[in-house]
Ligand binder design. Structure first.
Ligand code: ASP
Length: 434
């Protein structure tokens, strides 16, 4: 069921239902946390009702990600067809990712230097938080081994594409799909044409299934937000308010100032039109904290609501779901500097520039799943002699920040698609005129 067909039915539009689900989840969750925290019925409600509903929705989305990524990228490349156009869209996507991510990290670094959130925290609060999350912090510190330095680049090429798919290694699957698509464009035989038709079939089926899953979103959004707010409440947030405030302010500047400026200047689209069209994907990003889980919705609204040609959207959004993470890069920069301030590690300007570069590549290498950036942060911390256990300090508030940075990540994919889609339209009309 598509957004339009839902909207055409006598009831409410899907995005209105999702907003209602969101408000209901938050209000009920906070009320439950205030009135009945630790009550057995609340724990039961979360464990047996709201968590499973949220998990069901996430699983349904994740189930579709691999076939969708493979088919969308193969078709994206085949549809672009002309290798020159492919090179052009590829180069523009790369430029967009690098430039806009660099802007994002810079905003983060400037704000964290101005606000200095790490210097005001009482040491006992810090120690308590680190102790409370030490197990999880250890897990993350161990996981970082897989993402060290040159390994991030090597990991892009899978040894075994089936293994990469089974492990949820999206970047490697994308590389494989891109190569497959390029080869299928170069050989134009009967066999490759039937293959492409079959891939088109997979893609169409995935989109149909996504339509069905998205119809469940309002209920899932309510359930996911209830679980989070009922468990966390506001206490932890208050303790880390300055850190949270810095991250949120930087994300807001990037989302509400940088994106609108870029969209106006290069995409010919006003911010309100963008926000209205993008809303279902932004809400899905907020409630799932995962760019990958949001990808199906992102693709759909980018084509249907924002009017980006599907060949551009498939390419930019699919790659963008793991490689273009503005919010994540900004968050990594702030967190590293916050923890440096907290542990009293002095960083020179040169080191901060190095952190900027690492955050850009770290965001490309981070997985589009909840907490995907944490292993990368642990790696950067260790490189600068900042205790990686410090991650424990931010885990309590990470979920909320993850939700917000994922919105910025997904927003960046859609804004990039609009800008690149428009410039491709221009390039094509110039070619036709010539
Ligand atoms: N949750 C983020 C995403 O999927 C990644 C991260 O920053 O942890 O976009």
């Amino acid at each position: 069921m598509t957004e339009t067909s839902v909207a055409n039915r006598p009831g409410m539009a899907l995005h209105t239902k999702m907003l209602i689900g969101f408000v209901v989840g938050v209000v009920a969750g906070i009320a439950a946390n205030l009135l009945a925290a630790d009550a057995p019925w609340l724990e039961g409600l979360i464990a047996y009702v709201t968590d499973p509903i949220g998990q069901l929705f996430l699983r349904l989305l994740f189930m579709l990600v691999m076939p969708l990524v493979f088919s969308a990228l193969v078709l994206g490349v085949v549809e672009i067809g002309d290798p020159r156009a492919l090179g052009r869209i590829g180069t523009k996507t790369l430029l967009w990712v690098l430039a806009v991510t660099a802007i994002a990290v810079t905003i983060g670094l400037v704000l964290v230097n101005l606000i200095q959130p790490g210097t005001g925290l009482p040491p006992e609060v810090g120690e308590g938080l680190i102790a409370a999350s030490s197990d999880r912090a250890m897990e993350i510190a161990t996981a970082r081994e897989g993402v060290s330095g040159i390994q991030i680049l090597l990991n892009i090429v899978p040894r075994n594409p089936v293994e990469a798919a089974a492990n949820g290694d999206l970047i490697a699957v994308m590389f494989f799909a891109l190569m497959f698509g390029i080869a299928a464009t170069v050989i134009r035989s009967q066999g490759t044409r039937s293959f492409v038709d079959a891939v088109q079939g997979i893609y169409d089926i995935c989109l149909k299934l996504i339509g069905w899953v998205i119809a469940l979103a309002p209920y899932a959004v309510a359930a996911l937000l209830f679980s989070i707010t009922a468990k966390l409440g506001f206490d932890v947030l208050v303790q880390l308010a300055r850190f949270v405030g810095t991250v949120l302010a930087a994300l807001a500047i990037h989302f509400f100032v940088v994106f609108p400026l870029l969209l106006r200047a290069f995409g010919g689209m006003g911010p309100i039109t963008f926000l209205r069209g993008a809303e279902p994907a932004l809400l899905t990003a907020f409630s799932t904290s995962s760019s990958s889980a949001t990808l199906p919705t992102t693709l759909k609204v980018t084509v249907d609501n924002l009017g980006v040609p599907s060949r551009v959207a498939r390419f930019v959004c699919t790659l963008g779901a793991t490689a273009n993470m503005n919010g994540t890069a900004l968050f990594e920069g702030i967190t590293v500097l916050f923890l440096a301030q907290f542990f009293g590690v002095e960083l020179t300007i040169a080191q901060q520039v190095m952190i900027l570069v690492l955050c850009i590549f770290g965001s490309i290498g981070a997985a589009g799943v909840p907490g995907g950036s944490l292993p990368v942060i642990a790696m950067i911390l260790a490189m600068f002699g900042i205790p990686p256990e410090g991650i424990g300090l931010i885990l309590g508030v990470d979920r909320l920040l993850d939700m917000c940075r994922t919105v910025v990540n997904v927003g960046g994919d859609m804004a990039g698609s609009v800008v690149i889609g428009r410039s491709e339209g221009k390039a094509e009309s110039l070619q036709q005129a010539a």
